[in-house]
Design a protein around this ligand. Structure first.
Ligand SMILES: [Zn+2]
Length: 399
C-alpha cells in the first residue's frame, strides 16, 4: 500500500519535473536531485520530494510543541552535595548587608554553599564588597576574584597591574577573573592595535598569578556560531537575532579560531599558572577538542557555566568526558538566576530523558541526564575548586 503510493508519486513527480503539481496526495510536490535541498518554505516529505505546508507555518519564535513523552521524572531543586559556584555574578548583591542576605537565602535553597564572585572587581570596589562580606553573618559564603584592567597596555602597564593585583590579594581576593571576552575581541593597546590574548606585555601579570598561587578564570571569545553567517544553518539564529551585541561579523572582529589560537598559546606559555577556561572553553559541542587541550596542558581547568545545552544533548559522551577529566572541571553557573540552577543538578545527577532546557533561544532541543557517580559529582561541585583555590573556606565540607 505504502510502496504503491510512493511509487506513483515518484512517477508523478518524474513526469512533472520540478514544477508544482495541482493534484495528487502530495499537493505542490517538488522533486530535488540527490544532495540538493528543498526550496525555501518546503520540507522533504519523502526522499527527494519536497512540499510546502498547507496552512501557514508558525515562526520559530512561536513554535512550542508540547512533548507527549511520558518517562520517569526526577526534579532536583537542591544539589546533592554543597556546591561552589565558581562563575558567580552577584553584581549589585554585595552592595549591602540586606542584598547579601537575600543572595544567601537563594543559595541556601539550591545548596550552593559558596559563591565565587567573578565580577572583575579591583581596588576600591573590591574592598567595598569585601567589607560587606566580612560584616555579614554568612562571611564564608562568598569569595571574590580580582579583576585586571587592560586599558592602555604598553610600556609601564605591567608593573602597575601587578602592584594592583598584589594589593587586591592583600585585601582578600582569592583568584583572578573573570577575564572578559573583550580581551581578544575588542580591547586596544595604548598604540591602537588589538590587544592579543597572548601579548608579551601581559606576561608579568600571568607570572604574578603563578607566584601568588591564584587561579585565573578566563572567558575567551563566544560560541563559534556567533562568528558565522546568521543564516538558516546557524544553530544560534534566534539568539543572534535577539541580541545584536553577540554578532561578530568577519572584518569587524577577529575570527573564532584566531582567538582560540591566542588563548592556547597563552596557556602553554605559562605552564605554572593555573587557568580555568570558562564555559568549557566554548568547546562543549566538541568535547574531544577540549579533551586534547586538557591532555596537552596540565595547567588547564575548565568550568561548565552557560553551556548546559551542549552537555545535556550528548549524555553518554559528556558522561565519559566528565568522568575521565573529573579532576579538571568545576561547577559554575554564570548569570545569577536562582530558578535555573536546578536544571544543572538534574543534568548532572539524574538519567532523566528529553526534558526542557530553560532558554529556548540557546537550544532548539531537549536535555538528558548525565547521571554522574557521587565521587565525580563531589569533585565537580566543590573538591576541584577547593584544591585550586586555597583562599576558599576549606573546612566544613562533607567527608
Ligand atoms: Zn561570566
Amino acid at each position: 500500500m505504502r510502496t504503491r503510493r510512493f511509487t506513483s508519486v515518484i512517477a508523478f513527480v518524474a513526469a512533472v519535473g520540478v514544477t508544482s503539481a495541482q493534484r495528487g496526495p502530495f499537493t505542490g510536490a517538488v522533486e530535488i536531485k540527490p544532495g540538493q535541498e528543498c526550496p525555501p518554505g518546503m520540507t522533504e516529505i519523502r526522499p527527494r520530494i519536497c512540499q510546502a505546508p498547507q496552512i501557514p507555518p508558525p515562526t520559530i519564535v512561536d513554535y512550542r510543541p508540547k512533548s507527549t513523552l511520558v518517562v520517569p521524572t526526577h526534579l532536583v531543586p537542591k544539589a546533592k552535595f554543597p556546591a561552589i559556584d565558581f562563575h558567580g555574578h552577584p553584581e549589585g548583591r554585595l552592595n549591602s548587608p540586606q542584598t547579601m542576605a537575600e543572595l544567601i537565602a537563594s543559595l541556601d535553597a539550591l545548596n550552593v554553599r559558596v559563591m565565587v564572585a567573578a565580577d572583575d572587581m579591583s581596588g576600591a570596589a573590591l574592598q567595598r564588597a569585601l567589607t560587606v562580606v566580612r560584616g555579614s553573618s554568612s562571611k564564608d559564603r562568598v569569595r571574590i576574584l580580582a579583576g585586571v584592567d587592560f586599558a592602555n597596555v604598553g610600556p609601564g602597564w605591567a608593573a602597575k597591574a601587578v602592584q594592583q593585583l598584589e594589593a587586591d590579594v592583600r585585601a582578600g581576593a582569592v583568584g583572578v577573573g573573570e577575564i572578559s571576552k573583550s580581551l581578544g575581541l575588542s580591547i586596544r593597546k595604548a598604540d591602537g592595535t588589538r590587544l592579543h590574548i597572548d601579548d608579551p606585555d601581559l606576561d608579568p601579570i600571568w607570572d604574578a598569578c603563578a607566584r601568588l598561587n591564584l587561579p585565573v578564570f578566563i572567558h575567551t571569545a563566544d560560541p563559534e556560531q556567533f562568528f558565522e553567517p546568521i543564516d538558516m544553518k546557524n544553530e544560534r539564529w534566534l539568539e543572534l537575532a535577539l541580541f545584536g551585541n553577540r554578532r561578530y561579523p568577519e572584518g569587524q572582529f577577529p575570527r573564532f579560531e584566531e582567538l582560540m589560537a591566542e588563548r592556547d598559546r597563552l596557556f602553554k606559555k605559562h605552564p605554572n599558572t593555573k587557568f580555568i577556561a570558562a564555559h568549557l572553553g566554548w568547546h562543549a559541542n566538541d568535547l574531544g577538542r577540549l579533551a586534547r587541550m586538557l591532555d596537552e596542558m596540565p595547567n588547564l581547568y575548565s568550568e561548565v557555566g552557560a553551556v548546559l545545552y551542549d552537555i545535556g544533548r550528548q549524555p553518554r559522551f559528556a558522561h565519559d568526558f566528565l568522568v575521565k577529566y573529573q579532576d579538571r572541571i568545576l561547577f559554575g553557573k554564570d548569570s545569577f538566576q536562582p530558578e535555573e540552577y536546578p536544571y544543572y543538578w538534574r543534568v548532572f545527577e539524574t538519567q532523566d530523558e528529553y526534558f526542557d532546557y530553560y532558554r529556548n533561544y540557546h537550544a532548539f532541543w531537549k536535555l538528558y541526564g548525565v547521571n554522574l557517580p557521587d565521587p565525580v559529582l563531589r569533585k565537580l561541585y566543590f573538591e576541584n575548586a577547593l584544591k585550586l583555590t586555597p583562599g576558599l573556606p576549606q573546612s566544613g565540607w562533607p567527608k
